[in-house]
Design a protein around this ligand. Sequence first.
Ligand code: SF4
Length: 220
Amino acid sequence: MDKINYYNVSLEEIEKFKNLDKKPRLALHACCAPCSSHTLEFVTQFFDVTIVYENSNIYPEKEFLIRRNEVEWFVGEFNKRNNRDVKVVFLPYDHEGYMASLRHLANDKEGGERCKLCYAKHIEDALKWGSEHGFEYASTTLTISRQKNSQVINEVAKEVAPKYPNIKYFYSDFKKKGGQERVQQLKKEYNLYQQKYCGCEYSYRDTVLQNNGQKEDQNH
Ligand code: SF4
């Protein structure tokens, strides 16, 4: 498959509406405060943004609440410092319901088929919520993550988006053009909470527990 420059795709889309009097509304799935940081700097130039915070993939619930509260705090602070008006909506936490269709892929490596299903759920939640509330666009912050393949995320979005014909998907590659470096700066500036694993119990097992195990091994 040829690689597509999704950063350019996002700029081409913006060209279509950037001279309109009113910014289109964007329902943006956000996974955490660090991934929201530069993404909001970028998208709020062109969109009236509402973050759709669902993330029932996160385990345990205590960790979900830490990340949720951090996003809420960050958006308030971001609005104050940048004179923006980003809104946030919180969808109910339903970890068992979210993971039901992913459990058979428990032993998949991070970035594999389980994660594609997970991306599809996040993207679908933003599209569904946005289309139910009359928004023009939906998207996700996931393409800013260093650990995630933007090509894969956008390909997944192409499969999900046709189910919601009354809203457009905003294809992106937020990590490009210094986006990822800017996240590192903003994390320091806002002193943001940085999680140690992607979200679900399998990523916790494969990163945090594995790292702890390695440390223990080194001590022996
Ligand atoms: S590792 Fe991350 S993207 Fe993959 S299934 Fe778990 S929470 Fe979702």
